[in-house]
Design a protein around this ligand. Structure first.
Ligand code: C2O
Length: 503
């Protein structure tokens, strides 16, 4: 296995990815878009992150990696570490034990939609589709804002925005541009690895004249499932096989299309689509896409893991999270699980878990505003999300891929056991990010076999900053025997963290 050592200076650079507006973005080593990273299962990553932004602290999260034994490398400030303050350095050092499609992003307030995010991929020496494709193509989908996040957040969480209307993106991007052409050859099969690195919008994606076979979701190989359109919420990934035409007669549009159901208003002039092209022949035109009917983005339960892992259970422990958006009495809109809007503690929850001995099993150790749940080692855990809000929300659990046992239709209300009257899927879909329907619910399941402190949150950026998060403190006593606190970081945190709310 290889070791990949990175020296990353996090710096401001200027970019104009939609060709309409030049703005400062957060880059690495003076560069943006950021590098797509490629690892192989078993590799070690050593990323020296030097915060050279001057005016903001930072952090880095490798989304989808379980960080087994290295919970302290997971990244979210207030959960597993302190912010990396301006001028200081943090070293992320971990091994990569999974395969598939992922992304790395800042987990600090306001940063990844300002540019600090990119896809990464982990090759599988035992790739079940090996030999069935000729080449890989990386595609990132993203929404894009012209204004910087600190300004947008200020307007968003404000008495002037009592309904919590989310800022609507200015544009959609494919590989951080609106001019993407992918050269392809006829009669070949490509593995498209597609990642939604956006802040807010789920996106539909299709390639005109070509069908796709989904073979991976969120790092889990699946039995091939044919479709002519996919939908990825913010933070979801998938790989699809695309076989090209036998001849080179024409080029074909591929389209990413932001899910405008998520937007409270659709500003005049907004183009929710981004078009790129499969280019067979440079001498031919690049056609404009036809319009296309979209499909129900929730209908993805046929994505069966290749490994055949059956539904776990029964559950030993159920965490029920009732979510809503509401007012805290200050006139601004926030998001709540069980009446609590998440506020990052000054001392990261991981440090609390490591420093409190036997009391670490007591949820009150983690404070009243963290929505902390303590899970016992080896327990089969259910998380039920009951969505009391009329919007769609993509939830992400750090540290695990979970089995998707049930998800209700719109407007069903809270989970009730009659939804399981026909049992659960025998071999459920497994992934790390799942959307709950408007005023519906879902039930996901995993084994608490990864001691650590794991964030669970809506991956719509606006909802994370408004507090839609909980913390799973998993097997804290076993964790204490794995990890020790880096005391210097602990002191930095005590001096003052950066809460999600407040100024
Ligand atoms: Cu993409 Cu909390 O992470």
């Amino acid at each position: 296995a290889a070791t990949h050592t990175f020296d990353w200076n996090i710096t401001w650079v200027t970019a104009n990815p939609d060709g309409a507006f030049e703005r400062p973005v957060i880059g690495i080593n003076g560069q943006w878009p950021l590098d797509v990273l490629n690892f192989t299962k078993g590799d070690r990553v050593v990323a020296n992150v030097h915060n050279m932004l001057g005016n903001q602290s930072t952090s880095m999260h490798f989304h989808g990696l379980f960080q087994n034994g290295t919970s302290d490398m997971d990244g979210p400030p207030g959960v597993t570490q302190c912010e990396i303050s301006a001028g200081s350095t943090f070293v992320y050092n971990f091994t990569v034990d999974q395969t598939g499609s992922y992304w790395y992003h800042s987990h600090t307030r306001g940063q990844y939609p300002d540019g600090l995010r990119q896809a990464f991929f982990v090759d599988d020496p035992n790739d079940p589709y090996k030999g069935q494709y000729d080449e890989e193509v990386v595609l990132t989908l993203s929404d894009w804002y012209h204004e910087q996040m600190p300004t947008l957040i200020k307007g968003f969480i404000s008495v002037l925005n009592p309904t919590g209307a989310e800022p609507v993106p200015n544009a959609a991007l494919l590989n951080d541009t609106q001019n993407l052409t992918v050269s392809v050859q006829p009669g070949k099969t490509y593995l498209f690895r597609i990642v939604n690195v956006g802040a807010f919008a789920g996106q539909y994606f299709w390639v005109e004249g070509h069908s796709m076979r989904i073979v991976e979701v969120d790092g889990v190989w699946t039995n091939a499932s044919e479709t002519d359109m996919i939908y990825l919420t913010a933070a979801q990934r998938c790989s699809v096989l695309v076989t090209t035409k036998p001849d080179t007669g024409a080029n074909f549009a591929m389209v990413g299309s932001m899910d405008t159901d998520l937007f409270d208003t659709i500003p005049e002039g907004l183009n929710p689509n981004v078009t790129g092209w499969l280019q067979y022949d440079v001498s031919q035109t690049l056609p404009q896409p036809q319009s296309k009917d979209t499909f129900d983005p929730f209908d993805d339960f046929n994505l069966i893991p290749v490994d055949g892992q059956e539904a776990l259970g029964p559950a030993d422990h159920t965490v029920t999270l009732d979510m809503k958006m509401d007012n805290l009495g200050d006139g601004a809109n926030y998001a709540f699980f069980n009446e609590i809007t998440y506020i990052a503690p000054k001392v990261p929850s991981l440090y609390s878990a490591l420093s409190t001995g036997g009391s670490a099993v007591n949820p009150t150790v983690y404070g009243t505003d963290t929505n902390a749940f303590v899970l016992k080692k080896g327990d089969v855990v259910d998380i039920i999300v009951n969505n009391d809000d009329p919007g769609k929300h993509p939830f992400h659990l750090h540290g695990h891929a979970f089995q998707v046992l049930a998800r209700s239709d719109d407007d069903v209300g809270h989970w009730n056991s009659s939804q399981a009257v026909n049992g659960f899927p025998q071999v459920p879909m497994r992934r790390d990010t799942l959307m709950v329907r408007p005023q519906g619910n879902f039930l996901i399941r995993f084994v608490a076999d990864n001691p650590g402190v794991w964030f669970f949150h809506c991956h719509i950026y606006w909802h994370l900053v408004s507090g839609l998060a909980a913390v799973m403190v998993e097997a804290p006593l076993e964790l204490q025997s794995q990890l020790s606190i880096l005391s210097n970081h602990y002191e930095v945190c005590r001096a003052g963290g950066v809460p999600y709310l407040g100024n």
